[in-house]
Design a protein around this ligand. Structure first.
Ligand SMILES: *Cc1c(COP(=O)(O)O)cnc(C)c1O
Length: 380
C-alpha cells in the first residue's frame, strides 16, 4: 500500500459496531471488566485506549516501523526514551538539537547522573567520537533546528552500530512523508506529532517508532508508568490531521522552495538555508536521504537587530510564534524564542545568532506569502 493510501486507511477502519466511517473516540478514563482482571483489551486510559492504538498503527506503517507508542507531547516521547537510561550512562548528541531536548538533559536528567556531550555530526570526521565515547545512545535530528544541517543518518547509524550502541533520530522536521530514519538504519524514530503529523496547530503529541521489541516494551512501560500518555481526543485529532499529511507536505515543500528562492535573491540576506536549495552545503546528501525538503527555511539577515525585529513583527500572514509544521505560516526568532533556554555563548557557538530567522512555511498561496515578506521588507 502506498503512503497516501496508508495515511488514510491503516488503523482507521470503520467502526465494527455502527459502521461509522470515522472511528469514534472513547473519552473514558477506565473500562469495565468482564471478570476481575479480565478486560476487553483495555483497562485504564493511562495504559491504553483505542485512539492510541489507531494512531500508533498508522504512524508505525508510515515510519516503516513494527511498533509505535504515542505520548502526550514530543517532550513526553523524549522523556520516555531518556527515562530508560541509568545513572552513569552517556549520550552523544548532535550539537544542534532542539532547545527543549538540550534543556531536559541539562536541567533534569543530569541530576540523575546521565551525561551528554555535543558533537557536530554533520562533519563525518567527527563520527569517530561515537567509537571513542562509547555512549549508551546517539541522538540526532536531521534536518536540524534551526540551522537545517543535514546529518548522514545511514553513516551515523553505522558508526553507532560499529561502536555497539544505538541511534535515535528526531524526525519531526522531515516527517515520515519525506524521510524514514528506520529504513536508513536508525533504531528509533521519534517525532513531535504536534508539528507536521497533526499539522493543524491545535493539539500536542509525540511518538516513538521502532522495529525493536525491546525498545517497544520500554516505551509502552514508560507511557503508563511515568504518565506520559496522550489524551484520546488529541489522538483522534492527530489521526484526522495525518490523513492529509501527503497533500500538506507536497504544498509545504513547494512553497518553502519558492520562499527560500525569494529570500536568497534579496540583498539583505547573508545566508538562506533550505535542504533542497542547490546552495545548501549538503544538497546532495539531502536529496539522497530525503524525498523532499519539507517546509522550514532559515535566513540570516544582514540587518541590525531592531530591523530584524521590525521585519518579523510587521508580517500579516506569518504569525510570530513558536512551533512549526502547521498549515499556517509562522515566523520565529530562535535566539529570543525557541533557543532562549540555551546560554548565549553556547547558542552563538553553534550558529544561532541574533540575525537568524526561521520560517515555517505554511500551505497558503506562495505568491501571497512572498508579497507579505516584500511589504514588510519595504517598510524596514
Ligand atoms: C517541537 C519539537 C519537539 C518537542 O515536541 P512538543 O510536542 O512540543 O513537546 C521535539 N523535537 C523537535 C525537533 C521539535 O520541533
Amino acid at each position: 500500500m502506498k503512503f497516501d493510501t496508508a495515511a488514510i486507511h491503516v488503523g482507521q477502519e470503520p467502526d465494527q459496531e455502527t459502521g461509522a466511517v470515522i472511528p469514534p473516540v472513547y473519552l473514558t478514563s477506565t473500562f469495565a471488566q468482564l471478570e476481575p482482571g479480565q478486560t476487553r483489551g483495555y483497562d485504564y486510559t493511562r495504559s491504553g485506549n483505542p485512539a492510541f492504538d489507531r494512531l500508533g498503527a498508522t504512524l508505525a506503517h508510515l515510519e516503516q516501523a513494527e511498533y509505535a507508542t504515542v505520548f502526550g507531547s514530543g517532550m513526553g516521547a523524549v522523556t520516555a526514551v531518556i527515562s530508560t537510561l541509568s545513572s552513569g550512562d552517556h549520550v552523544v548528541a548532535e550539537e544542534n538539537i532542539y532547545g527543549c531536548t538540550y534543556r531536559i538533559y541539562d536541567k533534569v536528567f543530569k541530576k540523575f547522573g546521565v551525561t551528554i556531550s555535543y558533537v557536530d555530526l554533520s562533519n563525518p570526521a567527527n563520527h569517530a567520537e561515537i567509537e571513542k565515547q562509547k555512549p549508551a545512545l546517539v541522538w540526532i535530528e536531521s534536518p536540524t533546528n534551526p540551522l537545517l544541517k543535514i546529518i548522514d543518518i545511514e553513516a551515523v547509524a553505522k558508526a553507532a552500530h560499529d561502536a555497539g550502541t544505538e541511534l535515535l533520530v528526531d524526525n519531526t522536521f522531515a516527517s515520515p512523508y519525506f524521510q524514514n530514519p528506520l529504513a536508513l538504519g536508525a533504531d528509533i524514530s521519534l517525532s513531535s506529532t504536534t508539528k507536521y503529523i497533526n499539522g493543524h496547530s491545535d493539539c500536542l503529541g509525540g511518538v516513538v517508532c521502532t522495529n525493536s521489541a525491546a525498545w517497544n516494551e520500554k516505551m509502552v512501560f514508560a507511557q503508563k508508568a511515568i504518565g506520559l500518555n496522550p489524551s484520546p481526543f488529541d489522538c483522534w485529532l492527530i489521526s484526522r490531521g495525518l490523513k492529509t499529511l501527503s497533500v500538506r507536505m507536497k504544498q509545504h515543500a513547494e512553497n518553502a522552495l519558492k520562499v527560500s528562492e525569494f529570500l536568497e535573491g534579496l540583498d539583505c540576506t547573508q545566508t538562506v538555508r533550505y535542504p533542497f536549495l542547490p546552495s545548501h552545503p549538503q544538497f546532495e546528501l539531502a536529496k539522497k536521504q530525503m524525498r523532499g525538503g519539507s517546509g522550514i527555511v532559515t535566513a540570516v539577515f544582514n540587518l541590525p537587530f531592531e530591523s530584524v525585529v521590525k521585519l518579523i513583527s510587521n508580517l500579516k500572514l506569518f504569525s510570530l510564534a513558536e512551533s512549526l509544521g502547521g498549515i499556517e505560516s509562522l515566523i520565529c526568532h530562535p535566539a529570543s524564542m525557541t533557543h532562549a533556554s540555551i546560554p548565549k555563548a553556547e547558542r552563538e557557538a553553534v550558529g544561532i545568532t541574533d540575525g537568524l530567522v526561521r520560517f515555517s512555511v505554511g500551505i497558503e498561496d506562495a505568491g501571497d506569502l512572498i508579497e507579505d515578506l516584500q511589504t514588510s521588507l519595504d517598510n524596514v
